[in-house]
Design a protein around this ligand. Sequence first.
Ligand code: ZN
Ligand code: ZN
Length: 240
Amino acid sequence: MLKLFKQFVSKLKNICFSITCCNCGKIVDTEGLCLECWKKIKWISDPKCRICGAPFEIDVDALCFQCIKKKPHFDQAISVFEYDNFSKGIILKFKHRDVTHICRQLVAWLWRASQDIIKDYDIIVPVPIHFLKRLKRKYNQSELLAKKLETLSGITYEPRILRKEKQTQQQEGLSRNARLKNVKGSFGINPKYANLLRDKNVILVDDVLTTGATANECSRNLKKYGAKKVTILTIARVSV
Ligand SMILES: [Zn+2]
Ligand SMILES: [Zn+2]
């Protein structure tokens, strides 16, 4: 009887405290993804564009066509994996539910992807959302990531500097040029905290880098108020 009870308690423990795959929910031994999901993710590694991080097919240390055509305002963009039909599931899960569990893992990946450079940075700034959108959604996922990254890196999290001042149309479905136009002038710097930017190196955190229009507009503002270097850190990046 005691043995049966012990077995029951052990099973219950497994159910309550089991670690699950961030994507498919299968029980795993260590936090992250199960082997099948791990294999399907397109992890970003070298060779890639020195500025925007676009993966290259051949081993060259160079800039991509877009960065040569128009150098972005940010100095570098680092992403963990490519955004495709498979990895989209993880991002959507993070956006809509299961926030705490997924967030912990995503930040662990962000930390790993940036740990060679992050020590040279002074502040971590999340890409802000308009306050009306925040009211509706209740939280900003970039803030969650940035705040947790502060805990891992020891670098100050500063959400007050950058503001989304104008509500914009959803970027999804817009062309590259339309996206640039859509975000132009929609971000601003809070004058109360502008002095915190002078000569600082900034890590700007977002969930997905699409055309880089948002990242670029935020970086333009940060640099206008004295930021020395801006690096974009995102979970996923859309390949161009
Ligand atoms: Zn899985
Ligand atoms: Zn590039």
